[in-house]
Design a protein around this ligand. Structure first.
Ligand SMILES: NC(=O)c1ccc[n+]([C@@H]2O[C@H](COP(=O)([O-])OP(=O)(O)OC[C@H]3O[C@@H](n4cnc5c(N)ncnc54)[C@H](OP(=O)(O)O)[C@@H]3O)[C@@H](O)[C@H]2O)c1
Length: 347
C-alpha cells in the first residue's frame, strides 16, 4: 500500500494528563532534565526528592520547587504523599532502587536500561506484578509523536515486507563520566546502545541469530561494538554504538516497498522521511527540542496509572525484557559481563 500523506500522531496533549505526585529518586543529569520538562509541559507535581545525602536532596528540591527533600531513597519511597517514583540512578542501581519503590507499594518509571540484563528486568516486572503496581521503562523515544507516525506506517504495512533495520548511536565520553566507569556498568552497550537495541527489537522483533564484535575503551570499559542480527523471516539488523566518537546517530527501516529514514539523533524529536517505491516521498519535521520532550513519557505514565493500568502498550514490559535479551546475546558474543558493577551493589 502507498500513502499520499503521513499519518497524524495520536499522542495526547501532555498538559491534559491527570496530575500525579512524583518522587524523584536520584538528582543527576536526567532527573534534572526530566523535572524541567514536567514543569514546562505538564500539570505533574514534583512532590519529593530522594538523594543519598540530605544536602543534595535539599538543593534539588529548591531547584525543582519540590516541597519535600529526603536524605535517603528509603525515606522517599516511604513518603505517603508520593504516587509514583522515577528511578534515575546509574544502570546497575536500577534493580535495587526499583524494587525498593515497588516493595513500598509505589508505581515506578525506571530509567533505561532497567537492569544489567534480562534477568534483572524480569525480577522488576515480577515484583511489580506481585505488588499490583504500574511499572514502565523510561524509553522516552517511543512516546514521541514522531515515533507514533513511524508506528502507524509500520502497522499499516506501508513499507511492504521489512528486510533491514539499521541504527547507530555514538557519542564521545571521556573520564570521569559515568559511562567510562567500570563499577557503574560503563561502555556504550547499556547506555547509548539501548536505543539502537530498542529500535531493532521494536521494528524486527526477536532475532534468531546475533553476532557482535567489540573494541576496548577508556578506564577498562568497552569502547564500541557492532552487532549483526537476523530474524526467522530473514530480515537483518545492523547496529553500532560507541563512546569513542560522535557518530551520525541515524536509523532507518527498509522494506520491499519503501523505507523510513530517521535523521541524525533519531531518538530525539526531529526530521524523518518516508521514501516509497511507487508513491510520493513524504517528510516529517518538528521543532528539535531534544530532551525537553521527556514529558511525553511522564504524561503516558500518569494517564495509565489513573486509568488503572499496570503498564503501557507503547512500551510493554515484555518488550523491555526482549531488548535486554538482545543485549545479553551481544554480551555473550563479546565477553562483557559487568561483574564489577554487580559486585559493588552488595546484593
Ligand atoms: N532517557 C534519557 O535520555 C537518559 C539520558 C541520560 C541518562 N539516562 C539514564 O539515567 C540514568 C542516570 O544517568 P545520569 O546521566 O542522570 O547520571 P548522573 O548524572 O551520574 O546521576 C545519577 C544519580 O544517581 C544517584 N546515584 C546513586 N548511586 C550512585 C552511585 N554509586 N554513583 C553515582 N550516582 C549515584 C546520584 O544521585 P544522588 O546523589 O542524589 O543520590 C546521581 O546524581 C542512567 O541509567 C542513564 O542510562 C537516560
Amino acid at each position: 500500500m502507498t500513502t499520499e500523506s503521513l499519518p497524524t500522531p495520536r499522542t495526547p496533549d501532555s498538559a491534559q494528563a491527570p496530575a500525579l505526585r512524583w518522587g524523584v529518586l536520584g538528582t543527576g543529569w536526567i532527573a534534572d532534565t526530566f523535572v524541567r520538562s514536567l514543569h514546562a509541559h505538564t500539570r505533574q507535581v514534583v512532590q519529593a526528592v530522594g538523594s543519598r545525602t540530605l544536602e543534595s536532596a535539599e538543593r534539588a528540591a529548591r531547584a525543582w520547587e519540590a516541597p519535600v527533600a529526603h536524605g535517603s531513597y528509603e525515606a522517599l519511597v516511604a513518603d505517603p504523599d508520593v504516587d509514583v517514583v522515577y528511578v534515575a540512578t546509574p544502570h546497575n542501581y536500577h534493580l535495587p532502587h526499583a524494587l525498593l519503590a515497588i516493595e513500598a507499594g509505589k508505581h515506578v518509571l525506571v530509567e533505561k536500561p532497567v537492569g544489567l540484563d534480562a534477568a534483572e528486568a524480569r525480577a522488576i516486572g515480577d515484583a511489580a506484578e506481585r505488588a499490583g503496581v504500574f511499572c514502565m521503562e523510561a524509553m522516552w523515544t517511543l512516546f514521541l509523536p514522531k515515533f507514533d507516525v513511524v508506528r502507524q506506517l509500520l502497522t499499516d504495512g506501508v513499507l511492504g515486507r521489512i528486510v533491514i533495520a539499521q541504527a547507530d548511536m555514538g557519542e564521545r565520553f571521556d573520564p570521569p563520566h559515568r559511562v567510562t566507569q567500570v563499577d557503574l556498568a560503563g561502555g556504550p552497550l547499556l547506555d547509548l546502545g539501548t536505543y539502537a537495541a530498542t529500535f531493532a527489537t521494536w521494528v524486527l522483533g526477536e532475532p534468531d541469530e546475533v553476532t557482535a564484535v567489540a573494541t576496548p575503551g577508556p578506564g577498562g570499559v568497552n569502547g564500541q561494538l557492532a552487532v549483526a542480527l537476523r530474524t526467522a523471516s530473514g530480515a537483518i539488523g545492523s547496529l553500532h554504538t560507541s563512546i569513542l566518537a560522535d557518530s551520525a546517530t541515524t536509523a532507518n527501516v527498509i522494506g520491499t516497498e519503501g523505507r523510513i529514514d530517521l535523521g541524525t539523533r533519531y531518538y530525539l524529536p526531529g526530521p524523518m522521511t518516508l521514501h516509497q517505491r511507487c508513491g510520493p516521498t513524504l517528510s516529517w519535521s518538528e521543532p528539535m527540542v531534544e530532551h525537553a520532550a521527556l514529558h511525553f513519557e511522564a504524561a503516558e505514565v500518569a494517564r495509565r496509572i489513573v486509568g488503572g493500568a499496570t503498564g503501557s502498550p507503547l512500551r510493554p514490559w515484555a518488550d523491555t525484557v526482549a531488548t535486554l535479551e538482545l543485549m545479553d546475546r551481544v554480551r555473550a558474543a563479546t565477553g562483557l559481563d559487568f561483574e564489577e558493577a554487580r559486585a559493588v551493589r552488595g546484593l
